[in-house]
Design a protein around this ligand. Structure first.
Ligand SMILES: C[S@@+](CC[C@H](N)C(=O)[O-])C[C@H]1O[C@@H](n2cnc3c(N)ncnc32)[C@H](O)[C@@H]1O
Length: 356
């Protein structure tokens, strides 16, 4: 009793407990799966054409009468749809960001990553617990024979999966690619190579924003036709090329600036260093190596997306992990680079840059 009377009244200093955050995050898969289903149904593409009544949406998407209003109104409450009226006659339309980013007929569509999340990652993440206990990937590699290739072999053996994967990758990175192409000082440089460049999106953004730059998107042979097709669609074949090779076996094309977007996090530190040294060898003195990823803050406590992306690398790869700017600084100095800097791009994504 004595000690109680000597301490300050507890209610004066302690914030009342609130379960809201715990429930929001803990039950976050409800909201996630609702949005992923809407993307898969192409609901936002449908409503981008014109607003529709609930009943018209229901019949267009082939939904059962039982829960379609809960589905649509959940999307209103989550900020993805807008609604006038109530019930079957209510008129639904896309909220502004959903209309811009989730309408498949717009070039700004980033739903590829959400389509991939719905078809692959959502189910693979159900086995996160097992991955944490065993250290093994939980994707297509899980049931493959031991030692039978990496995550890319598994996806690239299916042309449809390859196309979907490349679209998903560029979708998640597009905001950062656009920001980098505008923000980075290209004035001292004329050539740019994106190693592991996927469908060529970063090269296309650099070429669109920097008239002096010639760009090469370098990736595995299976990827070249996909990049080639996108480059032709942009009419930029005179300044953007697609080249094939294996960045572990072949030298990278010699260039003033070499980028790697979401590449280093696929591999462990030893493999990261091999790739960073490849970039070092292909750059001139003063050249820049740019890594565009969800770089984790040095204290490893703020960039939740970067830390969760690293768990996604546990699910998706045999050895990969995301990394902090300090890790990047250490590895690039080990490879011979003389100076590094950090550039914020979009949301959780930034560029870590090392100069030779
Ligand atoms: C995670 S994706 C990143 C794609 C793109 N850079 C981005 O930022 O969205 C990894 C890319 O690395 C490519 N890749 C994987 N192994 C490779 C290798 N050994 N040589 C060249 N490219 C490779 C894949 O084909 C894929 O396009």
């Amino acid at each position: 009793m004595e000690t109680l009377t000597q301490t300050a009244p507890v209610h004066a200093t302690v914030k009342p407990h609130n379960p809201e955050h715990i429930l929001k995050i803990g039950m976050g898969f409800w909201a996630s799966k609702t949005v992923l289903a809407a993307v898969d149904f192409k609901l936002f593409t449908l409503l981008a054409k014109k607003p529709l009544s609930a009943e018209a949406v229901r019949s267009s998407l082939g939904l059962h009468p039982r829960a379609y209003l809960d589905f649509l109104d959940a999307l209103v409450s989550l900020g993805f749809l807008q609604r006038e009226g109530l019930g079957a006659d209510a008129i639904y339309s896309n909220a502004s960001d959903a209309d811009f980013f989730l309408d498949k007929s717009k070039p700004s569509y980033l739903g590829g990553i959400l389509e991939m999340a719905n078809h692959r990652l959502y189910r693979f993440w159900a086995d996160l617990d097992e991955g944490l206990k065993t250290g093994f990937p939980q994707n297509e590699l899980k049931n493959a024979a031991a030692g039978s290739g990496n995550q890319f072999d598994a996806i690239y053996s299916n042309p449809e999966a390859l196309q979907g994967f490349l679209q998903a990758m560029s979708g998640i990175q597009m905001g950062a690619f656009m920001a980098f192409a505008k923000q980075f000082d290209f004035s001292r440089y004329v050539s740019f190579c994106d190693a592991g460049g996927g469908n060529g999106s970063l090269c296309l953004q650099v070429a669109l924003n920097q008239a002096n730059m010639r760009c090469t998107s370098f990736d595995l042979p299976a990827v070249e036709p996909v990049a080639q097709a996108l480059i032709s669609r942009f009419n930029l074949s005179s300044r953007v090329k697609a080249a094939s090779g294996d960045f572990f076996k072949d030298p990278l094309p010699k260039s003033d600036v070499i980028a790697m977007g979401n590449i280093l996090h696929d591999w462990n530190d030893e493999e990261k260093l091999v790739l960073i040294k490849k970039a070092f060898e292909a750059l001139p003195k003063g050249g820049a190596f740019v890594c565009i990823e969800n770089i984790i803050d040095n204290d490893r406590s703020v960039n939740a997306f970067g830390l969760l992306m690293s768990l996604n690398m546990l699910i998706e790869t045999k050895t990969g992990a995301d990394f902090t700017f300090n890790d990047f600084d250490r590895l690039t100095h080990q490879a011979g680079f003389s100076r590094t800097e950090w550039m914020n791009l979009a949301g959780p994504t930034s560029a870590a840059i090392a100069y030779k």
